[in-house]
Design a protein around this ligand. Structure first.
Ligand SMILES: *Cc1c(COP(=O)(O)O)cnc(C)c1O
Length: 422
């Protein structure tokens, strides 16, 4: 048995998707339509569609939006990476998330979601799904009682991210599974509640939600999996039975991942995933340790720190393929207020934006470049204006996605910004 790390580099050396035994690098295909040798073969292609996700027989390709080889090879490796039977790739993380919920729900049914979500997911659930009769109840899923109380006969999906964006609180996937299993007792197969987890922050290198009890994993390939920040993409990983619906949904709603965007994830993203994340984690720990020792910082949250409040859960849930603790590449910290009580998070980040060479102020995350942002005024402003989360999203809070630069350079730029605003 070869290790997962080796598999992410080589994929299936032989794949029914394409005979590429003479290619060292998988081909980037670029063909919208496919020659069908006979009307019989064309008819067979349509009949088979969506049923070839696990069997490794060569698919009958018809048209790019239905299925196509470069994306298909990426899907095989992604399914492996997440430990699922099938992966279905979409044009962006949001296309994957909307498909994962819409393909499973009907009007009149309900989602229970954690009260803090990626901003666009929050907007999807609260601004768009209600138009189709789908309601979302927001609860703190760290409180399992609250989950049980929010369930109604209409509930079909429990949805969350862990770590939660931006403050990196963890939700216990196994514990939520245990509650949902109890709630599912006595429900028919059509009314079963399924757990959908967004694994974008961790990437499959740091956490595999399917192995912890999730039914479906969604993730943005734009972030850590792609890793280089060149292309948007998203994936839904699930049992083959559910994948048929995701394939059908993708065919008709059309948000498919183009092969030109699948190729860099297959050729650069996944093969370098392990080494990038390990190095970025090493950097993140150094930066977190520096911030924790600086009196101008009120608190630092990084699952790799000894002081992390959910340390035990982090060690249980966030592990790489070899069982090593894998605390991820995201960290969150709160800059203290000034002497007059003024918020210095804004001035701090403005200083970085203007003067830092090694740290870039930008949204997004998981890249080889370190990216910093101010959730209160940027990514989470839509949420904070809609639901009362107490002081969860602090005006002084800063989120950093740690990249591959030398940690000492990142620390120097952070220190310069602190020196400038205090
Ligand atoms: C970025 C992100 C998404 C959306 O992904 P896109 O590829 O930008 O559509 C979803 N969830 C999380 C947690 C993200 O960080």
């Amino acid at each position: 048995m070869y290790s997962a790390r080796t598999h992410l580099i080589h994929g299936r050396a032989q794949t029914a998707r394409w005979d590429f035994k003479h290619h060292v690098v998988p081909p980037l295909s670029s063909s919208v339509t496919y020659r069908l040798d006979s009307s019989h073969r064309g008819a067979q292609g349509f009949t088979d569609y969506g049923s070839d996700t696990i069997e490794s027989k060569t698919p009958i390709y018809i048209y790019d939006r239905l299925d196509e080889p470069t994306r298909g090879m990426l899907e095989e490796t992604l399914a492996f990476a997440e430990g699922g039977e099938a992966a279905v790739c979409f044009a962006s993380g949001m296309a994957a998330i909307s498909a994962a919920v819409m393909a499973q729900l009907r009007g009149g049914q309900e989602i229970i979601a954690h009260n803090v979500l990626y901003g666009c997911t929050f907007s999807l659930f609260h601004n768009w799904l209600p138009r189709y009769g789908i309601r979302t109840r927001s609860v703190d899923l760290g409180d399992l009682k609250a989950l049980e109380e929010a369930v109604t006969p209409k509930t079909r999906i429990v949805y969350f991210e862990t770590p939660v964006n931006p403050d990196l609180r963890l939700l216990d996937i196994r514990a939520i599974r245990a509650v949902v299993d109890r709630l599912n007792q006595g429900r028919s197969p059509e009314t079963t509640i399924r757990i959908v987890v967004d694994n974008t922050f961790c990437t499959p290198f740091c956490q595999r939600p399917l192995s912890l009890g999730a039914d479906v994993v969604v993730e943005s390939l734009t972030k850590g999996v792609g890793g280089f920040g060149t292309d948007l993409g998203g994936a839904v990983i699930s049992p083959a039975e559910l994948a048929k619906d995701f394939m059908g949904y993708r065919k008709d709603f059309g948000g498919v991942l183009g092969p030109k965007s699948a190729w860099p994830v297959l050729v650069y993203g996944l093969p370098t995933l392990a080494i990038r994340i390990r190095q970025q984690e090493e950097n993140a720990l150094k930066v977190a340790t520096f911030l924790e020792s600086d009196p101008r910082i009120e608190r630092v949250t990084y699952p790799g720190l000894e002081s992390f409040p959910q340390r035990e859960l982090a060690h249980r849930q966030m592990v790489d393929y070899e069982g090593n603790f894998a605390p991820g590449t995201m960290l969150y910290f709160v800059v203290r207020s000034g002497k007059g009580g003024e918020n210095l998070g804004g001035p701090f980040i403005d200083y970085i934006a203007e003067h830092s060479y090694s740290i870039t102020m930008a949204v997004s995350l998981g890249q080889v470049k370190t990216l910093i942002e101010h959730p209160y005024s940027m990514t989470h402003s839509a949420i904070t204006s809609k639901v009362d989360l107490g002081n969860l999203i602090d005006p002084g809070g800063i989120r950093i996605s740690i990249g591959l630069e030398r940690a000492e350079d990142l620390i120097r730029d952070l220190k310069a910004a602190l020196d400038a605003v205090f």
